[in-house]
Design a protein. Structure first.
Length: 134
């Protein structure tokens, strides 16, 4: 697929994010849980890629703090040609998103997922609307 040929680490991470999301799409309606969770380190790297890519599609400026249940966190900041991603959560983020790493990826790619959206500004409102599906 095209994503595998993209430069840098984007291609493989995008492919991994797609695989994790699609497996979740199949398991969720069947009421089946994963027998083994994905490796947290590689799943978090894929989440960084998805967050940066999908944040561009929101068309809303601001900063989005994302936290996983495993304690990993990042902040996506708009206002640049490509949104910037920094490790950790900034305290004055415009919106906060938290949940399981795979649930966060599936949510950011336009699927129903159990995540928590906090905040009351335009960015939080945009996150509560359906995301653009990938």
């Amino acid at each position: 697929p095209l994503t595998a040929r993209l430069p840098g680490g984007f291609g493989p991470r995008a492919k991994l994010a797609g695989n994790l999301s699609h497996v979740d799409d199949i398991l969720r309606p069947l009421g089946v849980t994963r027998g083994r969770p994905p490796d947290e380190e590689t799943a978090f790297a894929a989440l960084r890629t998805v967050a940066r890519w999908q944040f561009r599609m929101l068309k809303t400026d601001g900063s989005l703090a994302i936290s996983t249940r495993a304690g990993r966190s990042l902040t996506v900041i708009s206002g640049f040609m490509v949104p910037r991603v920094s490790n950790g959560v900034i305290l004055n983020a415009d919106a906060r998103l938290s949940g399981d790493v795979v649930a966060l990826m599936t949510f950011l790619t336009g699927r129903d997922s159990v995540v928590t959206v906090e905040g009351d500004g335009p960015l939080a409102t945009a996150l509560r609307r359906p995301m653009p599906t990938v």
